[in-house]
Design a protein around this ligand. Structure first.
Ligand SMILES: NC(=O)c1ccc[n+]([C@@H]2O[C@H](COP(=O)([O-])OP(=O)(O)OC[C@H]3O[C@@H](n4cnc5c(N)ncnc54)[C@H](OP(=O)(O)O)[C@@H]3O)[C@@H](O)[C@H]2O)c1
Length: 241
């Protein structure tokens, strides 16, 4: 996809953090964008803020859809196509983090982590597959460095992100035969609202949300013959913590 203007992207979890950073970067390239999240009020506020910040003739819309519901994903994809006529790029980004030792990790925390971070990625791809096939589109998932590196108190999150990394790489082999590009992006620390953080100046050493947006723009503009399928992203200066 050399020229991005007039292309359409569907991004799960676009109300804040990485999803919002990607939405802003793609909108600035002239792409029409649908973002999802769990509450319509938050989505409406986000759309208003993005429109005030990003100078673009393209449009952003907000659709309430929980990624852990396949029905919600189907409806959100249909609404995006109703609004924009097609979907070229799908970004499975929505995610949550619960971090606790096995003794303290609850059944509810485990289920929410797996249902959102792993099953949600499958539902997003499954619901959008026909669009991706007809557009010869691009599917991206946001995994994490926690998708190859395990750590204490990380069992649920590691399980979900190891799963997303494996799922996306295996799906890439299937989708490539259908003319669809697929990449998994695996960031380290990004300055977002993840895990009850509120980004401030102490997060300056981290990757910023617009940096992930830039990576997505670069991937979409890559020569069609070449596919960077797994991208690890780290802060350059972790010692500035
Ligand atoms: N921040 C990091 O250091 C980091 C590093 C590596 C990977 N990641 C991954 O990056 C992705 C985005 O996280 P973030 O850091 O940007 O966190 P964030 O600032 O907390 O944003 C999370 C986004 O996901 C949405 N979301 C959560 N559960 C959802 C659900 N069930 N259905 C639909 N949307 C849902 C939230 O929307 P609402 O709250 O409005 O519903 C929000 O837009 C996650 O997959 C995370 O695991 C983050």
């Amino acid at each position: 996809m050399k020229k991005l203007n007039h292309k359409v992207a569907f991004i799960t979890g676009g109300t804040k953090g990485i999803g919002r950073g990607i939405a802003e970067s793609l909108l600035a390239q002239g792409m029409n964008i649908a973002i999802t999240g769990r509450t319509q009020n938050t989505l409406d506020k986000t759309v208003e803020e993005i429109n005030a910040q990003v100078d673009s003739s393209a449009k952003v819309i907000g659709i309430q859809a929980d990624v852990s519901s396949f029905e919600d994903q189907q409806k959100a994809i249909a609404e995006t196509v109703e609004n924009f006529g097609k979907i070229d790029v799908v970004i499975a980004n929505a995610g949550v983090g619960h971090f606790a030792a096995i003794e303290d990790l609850t059944i509810e925390q485990w289920k929410e982590t797996i249902d959102t971070n792993l099953t949600g990625v499958f539902y997003t791809l499954k619901a959008s597959l026909e669009q991706l096939k007809s557009q010869k589109g691009y599917f991206l998932s946001i995994s994490s460095l926690a998708g190859t590196n395990f750590f204490k108190n990380g069992s649920a999150y590691n399980a979900s992100k190891f799963g997303v990394t494996g799922f996306t790489q295996a799906a890439m082999l299937d989708l490539r035969e259908l003319g669809i590009k697929t990449s998994v992006i695996m960031p380290g620390s990004v300055a977002t609202y993840f895990n009850n953080n509120t980004p401030d100046e102490s997060d300056a050493w981290k990757i910023q949300k617009e940096d992930i947006g830039q990576i997505v723009v670069d991937l979409l503009k890559m020569e069609s013959r070449t596919l960077p399928s797994k991208i690890e992203v780290r802060p350059s200066f972790p010692s500035n913590k």
